[in-house]
Design a protein around this ligand. Structure first.
Ligand SMILES: *Cc1c(COP(=O)(O)O)cnc(C)c1O
Length: 409
């Protein structure tokens, strides 16, 4: 087994990418779906941003160093990763805020319809945003799609917008974007895709699928750094009529005229709000630029092979210890993560972290292992499965230090 993993690493067309990332010695990092590893180029880039741009150019950096245009220039880079032609994506604010903008704009674009459809088992933060929006707007109703329920059952003529996660944050299940978007359109509604767990690791074709809106994180598989601003995509055909609820001065057609009344920009800048965190945007820039040379089809192929090798290794080594595969068994139906349930999942995940195998845990009993193909090796899958086997066989997870939950899991 080990020999074949080493052979796979030797034959891996993406193997050289690993050297572009800073990774601690002796750690198998399977949490790139929560916080991606740091691209080494970020350190030098931050020194330029701080010492030359901020310290040297001061206020002039907004134009001289392109700070003012970063939401658009980085937006186009992010857009290219998810199949969007330029001018339809901006990087700004957080995913939650961008989701509020997208859902609100979609509701306004479908007058006479009043239902938002969202997955009952979706990411809780997305649901908080959808719930708050429906509570704040008279007549708007939030309809939940139960886990496993076909989308068609929720698509009545009163639906204005459907929100779906391309990859489920817990199970790793991958939805089929083209037919589901088409079904939503056939029902007369608009489509919002959450790409948090697919951007950078699953090929996405927003334009080709005629998607209306999409939002996504840049600090997960896109490696943009803690709290890196998120992206929002709005199809060009919707720009002229779209209304964005957080219309700040960065969304104004002439922001430096300081007009008394708001006049929206006609393009994607309409989806900005106010001043953006420039240092975070500057850290994100090299992370997105790194993707210009990345073949996402090769990433997807490696991602499917990594998740499959991990599942095969875990099931061969850990049978009889109470693990259940929560992720789809077919690689085509999975994103780039593998989830197993176990009644003692929290303690097991902690014991693994103590052994340098960093995954995470999601209540109530899910252990998640995110596979970032740009910096993981096949041998890491074997090592991680071996560590899991050791933790289960020795019951090392029973140690008191692995039972205590901190503020962050
Ligand atoms: C990670 C994630 C978020 C995070 O939103 P923030 O506003 O960046 O905190 C939102 N939705 C989904 C589906 C996620 O996976």
């Amino acid at each position: 087994m080990t020999a074949s993993a080493e052979q796979l690493d030797r034959d891996d067309p993406l193997a050289a990418m690993r050297d572009l990332f800073a990774l601690p010695e002796g750690v198998v990092y399977l949490d790139g779906n929560s916080l991606g590893a740091m691209p080494k180029a970020v350190a030098a880039e931050m020194r330029v941003a701080v010492d030359e741009e901020w310290a040297g150019d001061l206020i002039g950096a907004w134009t001289k160093d392109g700070w003012w245009l970063l939401p658009e220039t980085l937006g186009d880079l992010a857009g290219a990763i998810v199949g969007a032609a330029p001018g339809q994506t901006v990087v700004s604010d957080g995913t939650s805020i961008n989701l509020h903008k997208a859902l609100s704009a979609a509701l306004d674009a479908r007058p006479g319809r009043h239902v938002i459809v969202a997955e009952a088992a979706g990411f809780p933060a997305d649901l908080y945003i959808a719930e708050a929006l429906s509570a704040a707007r008279a007549g708007v109703e939030l309809r939940y799609l139960a886990e496993g329920e076909p989308l068609a059952t929720a698509l009545s003529t009163d639906v204005a917008v459907v929100l779906l996660s391309h990859v489920d944050y817990r199970t790793g299940a991958l939805r089929d974007m083209a037919p589901e978007t088409a079904a939503v359109h056939d029902a007369g509604a608009l489509m919002v895709w959450d790409l948090c767990h697919s951007a950078g690791v699953v090929p996405v074709a927003l334009d080709d699928c005629a998607v209306d809106f999409a939002v996504g994180c840049t600090y997960k598989y896109l490696n943009g750094g803690p709290g890196a601003p998120a992206f929002i995509y709005v199809a060009a055909r919707l720009h002229a009529a779209a209304r964005q609820p957080l219309a700040g001065w960065w969304a104004h057609a002439a922001p430096f005229d300081f007009e008394r009344g708001f006049r929206a920009d006609r393009g994607i800048r309409k989806f900005l709000c106010g001043t953006q965190p420039v240092l975070s945007l500057r850290a994100l820039k090299p992370a997105l630029e790194l993707y210009v040379a990345v073949d996402l089809a090769a990433v997807r192929e490696k991602s499917m092979a990594l998740t499959q090798l991990f599942i095969d290794q875990v099931e061969a080594r850990c049978a009889g210890h109470g693990l259940e595969l929560l992720s789809p068994r077919s690689a085509e139906r999975r994103g780039s993560q593998v989830a197993f349930t176990h009644p003692h999942g929290f303690a097991i995940a902690r014991a693994l972290i103590a052994r340098g195998v960093v995954g995470d845990f999601r209540a109530p009993d899910v252990m998640r292992f995110g596979m970032a193909p740009l910096y993981l090796r096949y041998r890491d899958m074997v090592d991680a499965a071996a560590a899991l086997e050791e933790v289960l066989v020795t019951e090392a997870w029973r140690a008191p230090e692995f039972q205590k939950r901190g503020a962050v899991t």
